[in-house]
Write a protein that binds this ligand. Structure first.
Ligand SMILES: Nc1ncnc2c1ncn2[C@@H]1O[C@H](COP(=O)(O)OP(=O)(O)O)[C@@H](O)[C@H]1O
Ligand SMILES: O=P(O)(O)OC[C@H](O)CO
Length: 505
């Protein structure tokens, strides 16, 4: 058996390829950003051709950096930004429209109609998701209604739908020349089209959005001993490697953090934040604004479910300070700027750029900075931005406790923002719970590598994977209860100020 496993992480801001050894250690990586296309307020798109080109480039460069070849890889795993929606022509390989990103709010009318006319109740029960702009089905409907020729092509069987896992897999396995059209259960569970119990596309859900079944990829397990396909020899790997793992990126991070037992949770801090709690084989239906989602399904083993608190804007609020306001020149500088002041100076920033996701699900909310006085500076705003990441996480931890009865005794964290030591200290203070970061912070790619490697016997059991997890750093709470309650009360008041800002009806 080859000595390494490769994993592609096609994320919201960048695409990276990483190679891991048997101990779960990183051997090499390369990463490239892609353009965020913002055609109008609330719209976010990616160019799928650019994403495929970036994929080719990162795979080739990583192999070159490590001086490895395709036959050094026992398996290839894919993880991806979830929900982001693409429709392309299976004969020409050409996309009909840019990929509509999960953060995009153009489908707010579609989502609010679902809620008004009662279909939302069926979607909540069957798909485990609230009707919101976030998920794929409304985006497919929008493309069919607004892009010439797509509906006819879909009915003829020419136009196909996929999230980014499916797009990358289709291209890696051959594109118009034999590409496979497949997704995994975790990605399918984010479309609003899959029945969470049967793990199959559901005809009634499809009819809500007018989506013909032949547009959809085949749903497979997240770890597939019978491979989805092999990389084509004239592709970026230059040879055949079995493609045996696919996980949506947040489920991948849960696997990379070895949260294999019910009650174990992780919080990933990237463009947005995503807290997932493993609920085992039990499908827990949320009453507190969490999503029910498939956590993973390894081969023939029963599927494992999770409760998820999805937050749309966290790291991207830091990017906003950099790109739109220009008050920092890089994300890391947010820490230095925020350290210039002792506290938020009364300022709260609710970055509801895409409405509010969990646990509020308010598509009528928009961002607000409140509590300003003449005393405040950029440093207070930087601090309020980092605090907003932590307060939004507290909101979902509270909701999770309500749904599951689980009180976390430690929060496992990962993702780009966890490099920010001040933010992690604030998180421990605001939650009143220790925060723990692992040595291998790239848990998303690692989780996809684990799924792919388990399928081919590179790793044999989840217990073996647990041995690979080691703590890098732990932050302990320093605030008293009174300070914590006062700070949180201010946050809750600020959140209320964002409601009803846009009219979605
Ligand atoms: N030191 C830092 N402090 C605060 N935010 C950071 C820092 N470093 C990176 N980020 C934020 O982390 C995000 C990138 O994290 P990453 O895990 O790569 O995200 P994604 O997988 O969503 O592309 C960006 O939004 C960036 O603003
Ligand atoms: O690409 P990320 O890390 O921002 O994750 C995006 C999520 O999968 C959206 O649901």
């Amino acid at each position: 058996m080859a000595d390494f496993v490769g994993a592609l992480d096609q994320g919201t801001t960048s695409t990276r390829f990483m190679i891991f050894d048997h101990g779960g250690n990183e051997v090499a990586r390369h990463q490239l950003e892609h353009e965020q296309i913002l055609p109008q307020a609330g719209w976010v798109e990616h160019n799928p051709t650019e994403i495929w080109e970036r994929t080719r480039a990162v795979v080739q460069t990583t192999l070159n950096k490590a001086n490895l070849h395709h036959d050094d890889l026992a398996a290839f795993g894919i993880t991806n930004q979830r929900e982001t929606t693409l429709v392309w022509n299976r004969r020409t390989g050409r996309p009909y429209y840019n990929a509509i990103v999960w953060q995009d709010t153009r489908t707010d009318r579609i989502a609010s109609a679902l809620e008004r006319d009662g279909r939302g109740k069926t979607i909540r029960h069957r798909a485990g998701l609230p009707p919101a702009t976030y998920f794929s089905a409304g985006k497919v409907q929008w493309i069919m209604e607004n892009v010439d020729g797509v509906r006819d092509a879909a009915e003829r069987g020419d136009a196909v739908f996929g999230n980014m896992d499916t797009w990358v897999l289709w291209n890696l396995t051959g594109g118009t020349d034999g590409g496979v059209h497949v997704t995994d259960v975790t990605n399918a569970s984010r479309t609003m089209l899959m029945d969470l119990e049967t793990l199959q596309w559901d005809d009634e859900l499809l009819s809500f959005f007018g989506i013909p079944r032949q547009m959809l990829p085949e749903i497979k397990p997240s770890s597939a001993p019978d491979p989805y396909g092999v990389t084509r020899a004239d592709g970026p790997l230059g040879g055949e490697v079995p493609l045996t793992g696919i996980l949506g990126d947040q489920q991948a991070a849960t696997v990379g953090q070895v949260c294999f037992s019910p009650g174990e949770a992780k919080n990933t801090y990237g463009t947005g934040n995503f807290l997932l709690l493993n609920t085992g084989e039990e499908l827990v239906r949320s009453k507190a604004g969490m999503l029910t989602t498939v956590c993973y399904k390894f081969g023939d083993h029963p599927q494992v479910y999770a409760l998820e608190g999805s937050i749309a804007v966290t790291g991207s609020a830091v990017q906003w300070l950099r790109d739109q306001l220009g008050i920092i020149s890089g994300a890391a500088q947010s820490e230095n700027l925020a350290r210039q002041v002792e506290d938020n100076g009364g300022v709260y920033f609710v970055p509801a750029f895409s409405g509010l996701f969990a646990p509020y699900w308010r598509s009528d909310a928009r961002g607000a900075i409140v509590g300003l006085s003449r005393f405040n500076t950029n440093a207070h705003l930087a601090r309020a931005t980092l605090e907003s990441i932590c307060y939004q996480s507290k909101d979902v931890v509270e909701a999770m406790r309500e749904d599951s009865g689980v009180s976390l005794d430690v929060l496992k964290v990962d993702g780009g923002v966890t490099a920010n030591e001040l933010c992690m200290q604030m998180q421990a203070d605001i939650l009143g719970v220790p925060v723990s970061r692992p040595v291998v912070a790239e848990t998303t790619a690692l989780g996809a590598a684990y799924a792919a490697g388990l399928a081919v016997g590179f790793w044999n059991t989840t217990d073996e994977l647990r041995q690979n997890w080691n703590e890098d750093k732990r932050w302990l709470p320093t605030w008293g209860e009174e300070q914590r309650e006062k700070g949180y009360a201010g946050w809750k008041k600020a959140v209320e100020r964002t409601y009803g800002w846009v009219d979605v009806d």
